[in-house]
Design a protein around this ligand. Structure first.
Ligand SMILES: C[S@@+](CC[C@H](N)C(=O)[O-])C[C@H]1O[C@@H](n2cnc3c(N)ncnc32)[C@H](O)[C@@H]1O
Length: 400
């Protein structure tokens, strides 16, 4: 018999033998592991719950459905607290903002042809098996409703042995679907696909890099301004998560008349903040900034917004470039923003709203700012990746 001592940041249980890492267990649980690796829970934790989704046993889409919401919230906050503590930082935490069940508005499904037709779903736990997920508790009902369209697309996109990637994003006027496939887009196929998109009420259908048809604008709404993102472009995973992050960023930058939004994407933060401040949006993907700029031009009652395509890893804004701004919003990818944070540390900027999806790089970058005289009054964890090990973090950094 083994006892689970703690969980890793990926949610695996560290067992008392000092070497086993066991999935889907909780600290304090006593378990038996059979010869074939089957785990039997002998003494369950009081935090163990019946999984809300009937697919949990086989599906690999979720890792933590066996734990109560309270446990997952505490565990996620602890991951961030530990990453910060490793740098000697012990800030106060605001209450976690967890997105509701069935609120993921973007998902990447896989599709495979079968003898009977097509199977669309997520991969199984640690396997290449595809699991059909008609009652998935993660994604929005609108995404689940695209399954018949995705199955038809799979018949056209997947080769005999291979899979098709199906990235689906909810929009107000139908799903925005990006198909990743080895198959070429022939003129005949284009006609078939356009008819399929029309019949299933998709807003847009894109085949690899090639747009097939746009039936309705696949717009996202950023604070009342409509933006048409490039296919598959970054989008916060849930509307609730986006709202929580924006509320924090808005609060941190209150009173700032000129804000620079670094790693701005399509304008998730830029456009809502432009209702009260002038914004400069910097980002490496020019297509995202084109979308942001178009949205701004068609938007109403917005202050001036400028955009700049720039690789902020290689060419971060220099310290003196911040002289024009009252506040900075920074939301880098998982790698963090080492070079840009070092330049910010050397600048005279007083207010930074930092958003991050990686506790390790967030803590590293936070430490540089703290050493440069910033305070970190609070940290908030935003959980828009329910039942997964992912976390999103938002925090102010301020100095006098
Ligand atoms: C986590 S996303 C945030 C986007 C946006 N703030 C939002 O909330 O929708 C990170 C963004 O950084 C951009 N990015 C990645 N590497 C970059 C780089 N080296 N320089 C500038 N932008 C980069 C990505 O294209 C992406 O839009």
């Amino acid at each position: 018999m083994l006892t689970i001592e703690s969980l890793t940041h990926l949610g695996l249980g560290r067992a008392s033998d000092g070497r086993s890492l066991i999935p889907r267990v909780l600290p304090g649980e006593e378990i038996d592991v059979a010869q074939d690796g089957t785990v039997r829970i002998v003494t369950p934790s009081p935090d163990r719950v019946a999984a809300p989704c009937r697919h949990f046993k086989s599906c690999g889409g979720c890792a933590m459905q066996h734990a109560s919401d309270e446990f997952v919230a505490g565990w996620k906050q602890d991951i961030v607290a530990r990453a910060l503590a490793a740098h000697g930082l012990h800030p106060a935490f605001r209450a976690i903002a967890t997105s509701p069940v069935q609120s993921r508005r973007r998902a990447k499904f896989a599709g495979r042809r079968t003898k009977k037709g097509a199977l669309v779903g997520f991969h199984g736990k640690a396997s290449h098996t595809l699991i059909d997920v008609p009652d998935c508790q993660l994604v929005t009902p609108a995404l689940l409703a695209t399954m018949p369209a995705l199955q038809e697309l799979t018949l056209l996109a997947a080769s005999r042995k291979g899979e098709a990637d199906l990235t689906v994003t909810e929009t107000a006027l139908g799903a925005d679907v990006l198909v990743g496939t080895d198959k070429d887009l022939t003129p005949d196929l284009r006609v078939t696909l356009a008819a399929l998109a029309n019949a299933h009420g998709l807003s847009r259908l894109v085949w690899n890099d090639e747009p097939v048809v746009t039936i309705n604008p696949p717009d996202q709404d950023f604070g009342g301004t409509k933006v048409t993102p490039p296919p598959g472009a970054f989008l916060q995973a849930t509307k609730a998560g986006e709202t929580a992050l924006l509320a924090a960023v808005d609060e941190i930058t209150q009173g700032a008349a000129r804000i620079v939004d670094l790693f701005a994407g399509c304008g998730t933060f830029t456009l809502p903040l432009a209702a009260r401040a002038e914004l400069h949006a910097v980002e490496s993907e020019s297509a995202m900034l084109t979308a942001l700029d178009r949205g701004w031009r068609a938007g109403r009652n917005l202050r001036k917004v400028t955009t700049e395509t720039r690789d902020l890893f290689r060419r971060p804004l220099e310290p003196d470039e911040f002289a024009k701004y009252d506040a900075v919003v920074i939301d880098p990818p998982r790698a963090g923003a080492e070079a840009q944070i070092e330049a910010l540390a050397r600048s005279d900027i007083k207010t930074i709203a930092m958003v991050s999806c990686n506790p390790v790089t967030f803590a590293r970058d936070a430490k540089v700012l703290i050493d440069a005289g910033f305070a970190m009054p609070w940290v908030q964890v935003v959980d828009q990746f329910r039942w997964s090990p992912h976390v999103e973090i938002v925090s102010p950094f301020t100095r006098k």
